[in-house]
Design a binder for this molecule. Structure first.
Ligand SMILES: Nc1nc2c(ncn2[C@@H]2O[C@H](COP(=O)(O)OP(=O)(O)OP(=O)(O)O)[C@@H](O)[C@H]2O)c(=O)[nH]1
Ligand SMILES: [Mg+2]
Length: 214
């Protein structure tokens, strides 16, 4: 993972952030990436239109349905799902490359995708669900985001209540009352999970070295 000669070899983990729309997941994800050099974002493919301010290849790989289906058929997705009216999927190759190099991968995906990852890679998965403090706050965030039409906001509010019931499928729950505090909590989870014994595959070797007086 790093050039540190004393670093214990470890397996990368898959860190999933999910939440109902507008709970602050994308903001928290961005902050994690800025503050922790050991984790990289999984860039999803999507059939939804690019929004102003989004960069192709960085925010998403934007593609049409034909292209998306081609990737599905070639089994190039680790998971994929229909969210609202569009398809979203996680390309498998970049994720495996990061994990094999001992780096962690961050996923901003919904509960459907998280369930699929749990079936495929339960051991490597850390699931975090973000809840809004109140529904009033959630609606406010959706409105002030102002990237979507009023109709889209209404649709997302209606779905949010449903989506929240999936909190029980996650390992950690963060109630986003204050973004800074939520980011710290999200980073604390990451730090603690990295210390899990079974992720530190180089421990046997490390302790052997210790016993030999190195
Ligand atoms: N299953 C799955 N879900 C994804 C993937 N990429 C994004 N999503 C989810 O799709 C939903 C919509 O994402 P976007 O179209 O970017 O919209 P958004 O404004 O960011 O929506 P929210 O993050 O929900 O507020 C979010 O819940 C994402 O977490 C993916 O590869 N797989
Ligand atoms: Mg988002």
């Amino acid at each position: 993972m790093s050039a540190d000669p004393y670093a214990v070899k470890r397996r990368g983990l898959m860190y999933v952030l999910s939440s109902p729309s507008g709970a602050g997941k994308s903001t928290i994800a961005r902050a994690i990436l800025e503050r922790d050099a050991g984790i990289t974002m999984s860039v999803s493919a999507t059939t939804r239109a690019k929004r102003p301010g989004e960069t192709a290849g960085k925010d998403y790989e934007f593609m049409d349905l034909t292209e998306f289906n081609l990737m599905v058929n070639r089994q190039e997705f680790l998971e994929y799902a229909k969210v609202f009216d569009n398809y979203y999927g996680t390309p498998v190759a970049p994720v495996l490359a990061e994990l094999e190099a001992g780096r962690d991968v961050l996923f901003d995906i919904d509960w459907q995708g998280t369930q699929q990852l749990a079936e495929k890679a339960r051991e490597d998965l850390v699931r975090v669900f973000i809840l809004p403090p109140t529904m009033v706050e959630l609606e406010h965030r959706l409105e002030t985001r102002a990237q979507d039409s009023a109709a889209v906001v209404a649709k997302r509010m209606a779905k949010a209540a449903d989506e929240m019931t999936h909190y029980a499928e996650y390992d950690y729950i963060i109630i986003n009352r204050d973004v800074e505090n939520s980011v710290e909590e999200a980073l604390a989870v990451l730090k603690a999970e990295r210390l899990r014994r079974d992720r530190q595959v180089g421990l046997g070797e490390f302790v052997r070295g210790l016993r030999q007086g190195q």
